[in-house]
Design a protein around this ligand. Sequence first.
Ligand code: FDP
Length: 344
Amino acid sequence: MQRQGVGITITQHILTQQRENPEATGGFTTLLNELIVAAKVISREVNQAGLVDILGPTGKINIQDEQVQKLDIFANRVIIERMQHIGELWCMGSEEDPDLIDIPPHYPKGDYILLFDPLDGSSNIDVNVSIGTIFGIYKRKDGGSGSELLLGEALQPGFNQVAAGYFIYGSSTIMVYTTGKGTGVHGFTLFPSVGEFLLSHQNIKIPEKGKIYSINEGNYLHWDEKTRALVDYFKAKDQETGRPYTSRYVGSLVADFHRNLLKGGIFMYPADNKDPRKPSGKLRLMIEANPLAMVIKEAGGYASDGHRPILEIEPKDLHQRTPLYIGSKKDVETADTFISGQGI
Ligand code: FDP
């Protein structure tokens, strides 16, 4: 029953889902609850950006060859420190760390694997544009019984995720998550005065076809002809198919994704020849693409690398990159037609 004047809290929602699953032990609920606490701490710090000395780069370069911002480091540390003690995790993997992060020996271990991007869209930190935390949760592969931390146990295709979602630190702080299998995608908004995430977006469904295309068009000259033809298609005039689409690109994946999830449309980060070390584009399969692909699938949309569903890609590396086309089902199918076929 909904409590008068408060609404459904995220904890209430997770507990209800747990009760509906007879096999649930409560461990997963503990895991999500602790992640939510970490996000509240990050949200508080993001809201203070500019007031305290947490803006700006540290001068360090992370393993993705990007400037590490101070808030990135803070968010990474908060998540690791909050999650390592709960006794539910086998290990973690972060965008900021080259290798899997083991659980310190003085804490108990569990069977879940948490992969996360602590602060996505970090180039937007200094300019008050929305940023976010992305997470995907897996279970240790069947048969993984030894205590040694093996990368092979964590490298699983996205369809093995048991939950995925993101927090967006924007005009308000919102958490969107799904546990898949038809349970739906739900959004919760942080009520600062209550200190709780309250259900604000129940069972989100993305329109089958949208009107927005999101891509960094400054890379146009670095794309192959198929990619250029695809983007030209969305910009071309055609009344019957509702073109031209509107262009919207924030440059924070989580913000661009969230807008398109609610309004419909397609986000694209294709392969390009900008940097020979990153021929598959910029985004990471395990830490960015897979969690959002699980969310979009559950919301009725689709995610692909232009040739196959993102969720079916067998990962070879924790930090491997992938082209990403994600959003309304029909728009992503159009992208596939251009990228892997002859176009329309
Ligand atoms: P950022 O480098 O600011 O952290 O994956 C990182 C990401 O942002 C995404 O959030 C965003 O969609 C993309 O990179 C932006 O890349 P471009 O600047 O190349 O458009």
